[in-house]
Design a protein around this ligand. Structure first.
Ligand code: FAD
Ligand code: NAD
Length: 473
């Protein structure tokens, strides 16, 4: 127990590993601990995002979309392919290789930055000028001391009593990313981000997918115009989305799952080969002793201020375990911010400028306020929208679904929100985020030259449309 670290980071997901790297870059003697074990019982860094979240889901989304293109879209290009089949084992191996490469990349980054990588389950023993944390691994416990703690313990899937997860037939994200055969009939509870992304993967590969959503509105967090249009497109793709559906029972019958739900006072039932439960995620602090160590908690989240400070000046918490959207890039930004605060810098995060992306096809991406939020807040705005149907590049790509919609303040034209439904929305939204971070007006975008032919021209046209002077519609 001789070494006193400047910073100990608990958790190595995108929040924790970025915090550790930034702290080390700033000359702080840093350690990071994680307890995640992979299927070979090896401790791996990278958290939910790298192991069972963002990365494996995007790998399968890409593979399944390639199959979808080959079977449904190539012919329109005059590219004729016969007998296209799926080798799911190869697809899963490719996904695993990507995960393993990125996960071992974190080991490399820790070494490069001289971060001490610790293995085991961390429990906060005491908080003071010097904090003490015990780390237990394979029955052995050691105590580590640090001047500052960064808690980045992430989140876990929520479950609901009628559908207990067994990760065989009733699965969470981890199980849903690892199917070794195609479920003929797939049920999904929750039409949120995971439900739509993983529902899309298996739907593209040939599963008959039904999504059961409790709320009456589809994608209530997205801009209404975008959610409506997306709902229509997903229906056309074969995703059967039932809103206002309350699941009352999910019974594992051995080989299948018998599900009952209520909608408009009527009881419905269907039997699925697999059922994915994707009803949100809960902050994770099991075994950490956050409460016992004196940290304030709220609904399971560790309470922090805008700068991720807890009630102790030298203890910070970041990422999914604190308020705000459960997104990898939000966790990363908070990780950098707290490392810089510890090093005496004065960083801050513009929380209104954190983008959301849903990696369906077409993709959905947004930043800032929706039209319904502006209306509810009584803020006057002007809006401009431009459909990809009128964009030359989108025509060439055969990706004409969707639109870019921009909302700007009625008084000073400042951009208040950007909402995109369309191919490449995940990359296009970066321009909206930058514009909002820089306090740009829609007129700034309207006067910025955009390369032709690109999808980004639709972004400029939406800005022109705010002033009713779009060129191509
Ligand atoms: P996590 O990544 O959850 O990491 C927490 C780490 O802490 C874990 O490794 C855990 O083992 C460790 N830990 C916990 N307690 C202890 C302890 N006591 N001792 C030691 N270690 C501990 N977000 C996006 O932005 N884009 C996406 O495309 C996206 N896709 C997703 C897809 C899926 C299927 C899922 C489930 C999530 C997705 N997310 C996505 C969300 C994203 O994964 C999370 O927001 C992100 O991982 C949060 O990072 P974090 O560092 O806060 O926590
Ligand atoms: P979510 O909050 O996105 O969606 C959950 C959905 O389930 C909601 O629509 C909710 O109304 C519904 N629901 C809740 N209880 C229900 C019930 N009993 N019956 C039927 N429906 C019910 O949650 P998620 O899809 O589980 O994803 C968790 C989080 O992970 C996301 O909020 C997001 O932060 C993160 N994530 C992000 C991405 C991305 O950025 N692309 C991808 C996947 C996950």
């Amino acid at each position: 127990m001789s070494n006193i670290y400047d910073v100990l980071v608990i958790g190595s997901g995108p929040g924790g590993y970025v915090a550790a790297i930034r702290a080390a870059q700033l000359g702080l003697n840093t350690a990071c601990v994680d307890k995640w074990k992979n299927s070979k019982d090896k401790t791996v860094y990278g958290g939910t995002c790298l192991n069972v979240g963002c990365i494996p889901s995007k790998a399968l989304l890409e593979s399944s979309y390639n199959y979808e293109r080959a079977t449904h879209h190539f012919a329109a290009h005059g590219v004729l392919v016969d007998n296209v089949t799926v080798d799911l084992a190869v697809m899963q191996k490719r996904k695993e290789k990507i995960v393993n490469t990125l996960v071992s990349g974190i080991d490399g980054l820790f070494k490069k930055n001289k971060i001490t990588a610790l293995k085991g389950s961390a429990t906060i023993a005491s908080i003071g000028d010097i904090c003490e944390v015990t780390i237990t691994e394979n029955g052995t416990t050691e105590t580590v001391q640090a001047k500052n703690l960064i808690i980045a313990t992430g989140s876990v899937p929520r479950s609901i009593p009628p559908a207990p997860i067994d990760n065989k037939n009733i699965v969470d994200n981890e199980g849903a990313l690892a199917f070794d055969s195609l479920p003929k009939k797939l049920g999904v509870i929750g039409a949120g981000v995971i439900g739509l992304e993983l529902g899309s993967v298996w739907n593209r590969l040939g599963s008959d997918v039904r999504v059961l959503e409790a709320l009456p509105d589809f994608l209530a967090a997205a801009d209404t115009d975008i959610a409506k249009e997306a709902g229509k497109l997903f229906k056309k793709q074969g995703l059967a989305i039932e809103t206002g559906a309350t699941v009352t029972q999910a019974k594992n019958t051995g080989k299948q799952v018998a599900v009952k739900w209520e909608k408009n006072g009527e009881t419905h039932s269907e039997t699925f080969d697999k059922l994915i439960v994707a009803v949100g995620r809960a902050p994770y602090t099991d075994g950490l002793n956050a409460d016992g160590a004196g940290l304030a908690m709220e609904r399971g989240f560790i309470t922090v201020d805008e700068q991720c400070r807890t009630r102790f000046a030298n203890v910070f918490a970041i990422g999914d375990v604190v308020r705000g959207p459960m997104l990898a890039h939000k966790a990363e930004d908070e990780g950098s911010m707290v490392a810089e605060l510890i090093a005496g810098q004065k960083p801050e995060i513009e929380y209104d400028c954190i983008p959301w992306v849903i990696y369906t096809h077409p993709e959905i991406a947004w930043v800032g306020k929706t039209e319904q939020e502006l209306n509810a807040a009584g803020i006057d705005y002007r809006k401009g929208a431009f459909p990809f149907l009128a964009n030359g590049r989108a025509r060439g790509l055969g990706e004409t679904d969707g639109m870019v919609k921009m909302l700007a303040a009625a008084d000073d034209d400042r951009i208040l929100g950007v909402h995109i439904l369309g191919a490449g929305a995940s990359d296009l939204i970066a321009e909206g985020v930058l514009a909002m971070e820089m306090g740009a007006a829609s007129e700034d975008i309207a006067r910025t030259c955009h390369a032709h032919p690109t999808l980004a021209e639709a972004f400029r046209e939406a800005a022109l449309a705010v002033d009713k002077r779009a060129i191509h519609i």
